[in-house]
Design a protein around this ligand. Structure first.
Ligand SMILES: [Mg+2]
Length: 254
């Protein structure tokens, strides 16, 4: 494998709206999650657990999801979807000794949302970075474990490009908390000043990268209209291809 010789060793990407384009999302969250929640409801009912009616079950899970995210925005600490489900089941009085949460998550059948696809230049840019010898990381603020998000990466043919993949669920912290950046840098065996972070959310991706000493690149494609809210990225791009000359420029600064 090529090793990149220059100031920058690693390029770390956010996933949603950075490598994949959510602008074409063609169904609502309820349409996506509803059938999946129904499947879990059916599975648990068939295993002789006493559950509320399916609509109520959906509402309980939906509210639990909203409430953990609301809490997480105060502390940047996030439980995983599995921990959340387990707590919901405990609160419903289910015999959780008889429930295998990993099995529940497999039954949940996570996958790409209809209409969400990589940008046209996502794969060409990742190919180019790999050819240039950069280490490539992925760091997503997801409460799903990485193996679930990997299902999407595999469908999009992106999985092969990453030397390290980190989801907030597996680490317990969300961007902008420094811990999750440190963890990703450790996995890539690099240091903040040798790493570029590319993400679309100023308050999470960019503020966190800045605080942790990485070079920050705001991905600002036309379908997003993010409020910077005082956060200052080192660079701003509207397509991933624009990242390549930025990396050239950083290497030339030695
Ligand atoms: Mg994003």
């Amino acid at each position: 494998m090529a090793t990149h010789h220059g100031r920058i060793e690693a390029v770390i990407f956010d996933l949603d709206d950075t490598l994949t384009d959510w602008g074409g999302q063609s169904i609502t969250w309820e349409q996506f999650f509803g059938p999946r929640t129904n499947t879990i409801h059916r599975f648990l009912s068939e295993s002789n657990h006493q559950l509320p009616p399916v609509d109520e079950f959906y509402t309980i899970i939906d509210q639990a999801t909203r409430s953990i995210w609301e809490e997480a925005k105060k502390t940047w600490i996030i439980p995983s979807i599995g921990d959340m489900m387990l707590q919901v089941f405990i609160d419903l009085g289910l015999d959780v000794e008889r429930i295998d949460i990993d099995e529940i998550l497999v039954i949940y059948d996570w996958g790409p949302l209809p209409g969400v696809v990589p940008y046209a230049d996502t794969i060409p840019v990742l190919e180019e970075l790999r050819d240039r010898g950069y280490k490539i990381g992925l760091l997503t603020n997801s409460f799903l474990p990485m193996w679930m998000r990997d299902i999407e990466l595999e469908v999009y043919d992106l999985l092969q490009y990453f030397d390290a993949r980190v989801t907030a669920a597996d680490v317990g912290y969300l961007k902008p908390h420094p811990f999750i950046y440190q963890r990703t840098l450790e996995l890539l065996e690099t240091t903040p000043e040798k790493a570029v972070f590319v993400g679309d959310r100023p308050k999470n991706d960019i503020a966190g990268a800045n605080d942790s000493g990485l070079i920050s690149v705001l991905m600002d494609p036309p379908h997003l209209n993010r409020d910077l809210d005082g956060v200052v990225p080192d660079f701003t791009i509207s397509s991933l291809t624009e990242l390549l000359p930025i990396l050239d420029g950083l290497d030339a600064q030695i």
